[in-house]
Ligand binder design. Structure first.
Ligand SMILES: Cc1cc2nc3c(=O)[nH]c(=O)nc-3n(C[C@H](O)[C@H](O)[C@H](O)COP(=O)(O)O)c2cc1C
Length: 369
């Protein structure tokens, strides 16, 4: 890893001011197109690796039959169409989630649908599951070899047709079946705040029916559930109780917040926009609370992946010590630059050493011991 401080300085002083002066979705699309090209080129990948990656044995873990070279992953929503699986390992990520992928192709909600909230250190997101659909994405990923574990996040197509309960379930099932031969694990996203019909499967009874149908899909891949951040510990308990009866191996905590009145959100930045979910710093503490609760109540049965507002090694470590074996991020990279991943991994090694741990596994949940 070359001179992280210099990379950080360049990103903060030159690239970020330029990016942040442009439309956020346009910048994201341009960066994805560039990332795709770099990922397809052996020279591009090698250069990227030299610039960004950091490796250390204490960061490695075996979980759910997969090898994770480090615990920092790219969260869902950044690589919606699975075009960045070549470049993300070179940026230093230990794993990635692609999607969310839906049964049918979906153009998403009308633009504008992405706003930056610099004072709140977050993004206001109203994409509405824009993606190419499960058939196109499955064919894009088929026959590809991945350097890191790739999770496939599935959701139901954002359209009036899937609002009817059984059609919604059939849409998830189609996505899972189509994607059953690609990637390493599934994420069932039941917490998209921006789609037609809301989040019906956050209701335990409906979740039970959804999972019963998904249990029928022939796959040996582990399944994780992605949960909303705005739920109480009791509501989480109910979802766990349902999951205990089905093929669920872990939880991803959590998705965007719909609570626009959280004290951590600067109201002036919202400019009166009431729709959408917010990422970044405002999700950090509520996600940590859910992680702690799940670890204490069901940490022996489930792998926990922590996500929400990670901008530093300390933020990632907080989630690990609260009970997460793995962490994921997107907003932090947009605000701090791609060198953040290596910086977090390097910082984690130092934090482990400071606390006398030899591995990430030893630190998981240590806050509660
Ligand atoms: C632009 C954007 C799009 C997102 N799309 C999805 C999605 O399709 N599926 C999903 O499960 N989460 C989605 N998310 C939520 C993230 O995966 C993550 O849970 C949330 O942003 C908190 O992490 P962060 O603070 O590191 O961004 C999206 C987030 C952003 C910022």
């Amino acid at each position: 890893m070359l001179a992280t401080k210099t990379q950080k300085f360049i990103y903060r002083r030159a690239l970020k001011p330029y990016f942040f002066s442009q439309d956020p979705e346009h910048v994201h699309d341009r960066m994805c197109a560039l990332g795709k090209r770099i990922g397809e080129s052996a020279i591009g990948r090698s250069l990227c690796k030299r610039l960004f990656t950091y490796a250390h044995p204490s960061l490695e873990q075996e979980l759910l039959g997969m090898h994770f070279r480090n615990p920092v992953g790219l969260t869902a929503g950044f690589d919606k169409n699975a075009e960045l699986t070549g470049v993300m390992p070179a940026v230093g990520f230990g794993f990635e989630v692609v999607g969310s992928v839906t049964g049918e192709p979906c153009a998403g909600n009308a633009k504008p649908r992405l706003w930056r909230l610099p004072k709140s250190k977050g993004l206001l997101v109203y994409y509405g599951l824009k993606n190419d659909g499960c058939e196109a994405i499955a064919s894009r990923l088929s026959r590809k070899q991945f350097e890191i574990p790739i999770g496939i996040s599935i959701a139901k197509t954002n359209s009036p047709e899937t609002v009817e309960f059984t059609k919604g379930i059939a849409d998830y099932k189609k996505a899972m079946e189509q994607m059953s031969d690609v990637g390493d694990y599934f994420v069932v996203n039941i917490s998209c705040p921006n789609a037609f019909g809301g989040e019906p499967f956050a209701d335990p009874k409906r979740l039970d029916e959804l999972l019963s149908v998904l249990d029928e899909v022939q796959t040996t891949k582990p399944v994780l559930l992605k949960i909303a951040v705005d739920i109480s510990s009791r509501e989480l308990d109910e979802l766990v109780e349902v999951s205990d009866r089905h093929r669920v191996h872990g939880f991803i905590l959590s998705n965007l917040t719909k609570k626009h009145d959280r004290p951590t959100i600067n109201q002036d930045e919202l400019g009166g926009i009431e729709k959408g979910g917010i990422s970044g710093r405002p999700t950090s503490e509520p996600s940590n609370q859910l992680i702690s609760h799940l670890y204490k109540t069901a940490g022996d049965r489930y792998v926990i992946v922590g996500v929400g507002g990670i901008f530093s090694a300390e933020d990632a470590y907080e989630k690990i010590c609260s009970g997460a074996s793995l962490v994921q991020l997107a907003t932090g990279m947009i605000f701090e630059g791609p060198q953040l991943i290596g910086e977090i991994n390097k910082g984690l090694v130092q934090l482990l050493k400071k606390d006398g741990f030899e591995s990430i596994a030893q630190a998981v949940g240590s806050k509660h011991s």
